[in-house]
Every structure is written in C-alpha cells, then in structure tokens.
Design a protein around this ligand. Sequence first.
Ligand SMILES: [Zn+2]
Length: 197
Amino acid sequence: MSKLLTDLIEALRCLPGVGGKSAQRMAFHLLERDRERGQRLAQVLEQAMREIGNCSRCRNFSETPVCNLCSSSSRDRQVLCVVESPTELAAIEQATGYRGQYFVLLGRLSPLDGLGPEELGLDRLAERLGEGEIEEMIIATNPTVEGEATAHYLAQLARAANVRPTRLAHGVPLGGELEYVDRGTLAHAFGSRQSLD
Ligand SMILES: [Zn+2]
C-alpha cells in the first residue's frame, strides 16, 4: 500500500469508533467513488480546525470571540446552566426548552488527570457570577463520582456569590452520561431540578 494511503487510513482512525477496517473502507470509498466530496471534507475539516475556538464568555465552541448564544438578546440572563462539554450543551438545547445562558467546563474536576479549578475556567465562572445578573445556577454535570464532586464545588462557588444552585432531578441514571440519556428523561430531569440549599 502506498505511503500516502497508509497515512490517510491511519489519520481516519482518530475518529471515535473507527478502527483499522472502517478507516480503510472510508479511504477506499473516497478515492474510488467520492473524490469531490472528499476534497470538500478536507477543506471544511482544515478550516474548522483552524477557525473554531472557544467563546470567551461560556467556553462553548465558537468561531467568533463571543458565541451566538452569549450574544443573543432573547436568552434569559438570570439563569446559567453549567455543563461538562459542548456535547451536553447541545443535548440540553435539543431536549429542553431552556432559554438561559451556559458555561462549559470542558472537563470535570479530576486531580489525577491534572484537571483543577483553573483548567475548568472556574475563575471566569466566578467572575460571571460576581457580575450580579445571575440568580440561579443549574448544575448539569454528569451523575458520575467526578461529576458529583464537581457539582459540590460549583454549589459552593454559587453560594459564595449569592446565587441559588440547583441540580438536575433524578431520572438521570447514576453513572449515566447526559449525552446518552433519552430526550424525554433529560427534559424531565431538567424541568424538575432541585434546589441545593
Ligand atoms: Zn458563549
């Protein structure tokens, strides 16, 4: 097999769930039948990797310094929902009628992996809480051990800023990742969230 073809197959394996066989099938498919869209894929991929950064306010993916959600005038500025990742933000947007703001941790507290308050941008979060607009902080970290520890830390941060912390209600299975919970369950857990104080 040519060097370039081997490189292509190896590169495709970076995608989640794609092993050697699937990567080879993808590479052959593009070369045999779909070169035009393969070119398009390469262009968009290159541009997206270069231009998509993180919003300076909520840390969600954004190609502008402040994302659409943060700059929208139709979003409620009194409620802030904290999630671990952009995937969970998307799940909440799709499953619930939530119209407030977000903050994305891009991880969860995990000292063993070197993830502390600084890496999760909690200084920036504290700043936002300190602006005085936010009244409720919905803590939507995953119900895993690390997610719960993070939730505990976040609740303290909220209380220190006189913001009411709430947590998603039961219905999200213990150890379950929000991303994999069905829409109805997530919408229910979101709607019947409970105060943490
Ligand atoms: Zn934003």
